[in-house]
Design a protein around this ligand. Sequence first.
Ligand code: G6P
Length: 367
Amino acid sequence: ELVSKGNHRHYMLKEIYEQPIVVAQTLRSYLKRLDEEISLPIPEFDLSSIRRVTIVACGTSFYAGMVAKYWFEQFARVPVDLDVASEFRYRAPVLEEGGLALFISQSGETADTLAALRHARAEGQKIAVVVNVPTSSMAREADLLLPTHAGPEIGVASTKAFTCQLAVLAALAANLAQAKGRLTRAEERELVRHLGEAPAAINAALAYDEEIQLVAQRIAAARDVLYLGRGPDYALALEGALKLKEISYIHAEGYAAGEMKHGPIALIDEAVPVIVLAPSGPLFDKTVSNMQEVQARGGKVVLISDYDGIAAAGDDCIARITMPKVHPLIAPLVYAVPVQLLAYHVAVAKGTDVDQPRNLAKSVTVE
Ligand code: G6P
């Protein structure tokens, strides 16, 4: 391998630990200065004329797109369609002339995503891509290239590429909001300041590694694990479940916390660990009441929240993992860390091949 693991036992762990640096590196190319405004690399691209964004991706990149949907709608008030690439082309999507289609891919080569990009172009869309490989097919075919600067990612399960995608998408959400006149200069500066805090907050989340490793010992014996969250944390719940099944082979499901009562609640008993992602904020109380529904059925809850959330949620959990309290625009970058570390340590406890999980490929070039 050209890239070394350094002192780390696996590439995946090394890549998890690189996140403060690579996210900072990525943000630096989108923020003029940390106390100033956001500037995308191609300023002549007119964001103010965008009326709808269609986001298409696969796997972990799809979940980055799902977080971005929440951000674009909340901050810029721009409607967003979201599809997995293998569904997009075949559902006969209705695309407005001149709309923006945004493709997210670590490799820039995933066959389904590339085919979707070509379909969108043929349908008259402007093409924006968020890719980690600037020489990739998707990068070459884009009108607007938004690179992530994660460096080569070797672990098959994506980690640092995901948080770098989120960094770019957060900057894009803020820039779109600004272009749409939804932010005053002062508000824009405020968002930029919060974005600049992301690397330090990711670092603070990494400090819980040992605690997460202890939790992982308990999760490793489970047959099924449920992840719950609301809003952007719903996307992270899905990503957490994906990470766990990819590398530990434990069956895991991510669910919108409020939707649990319409199905998965039937699975809850003492043997099912439930990972609840719930930063304090407007959705917190609602998620906590879903968590209590789990506890009332004997489910074993691992709560991931900030100081305020942990203090408010009571102590009926098998573990509580404290995250720094951060702005909603950077929370997904921070909460990505405990779900990555949890999956990693469960996989190590089970003795699976973390960097090369069975049946999976780093880049899937068949449809
Ligand atoms: C594969 C990898 C995943 C990745 C997905 C999309 O399934 O194992 O880690 O998220 O492809 O890849 P892309 O390169 O398009 O982001």
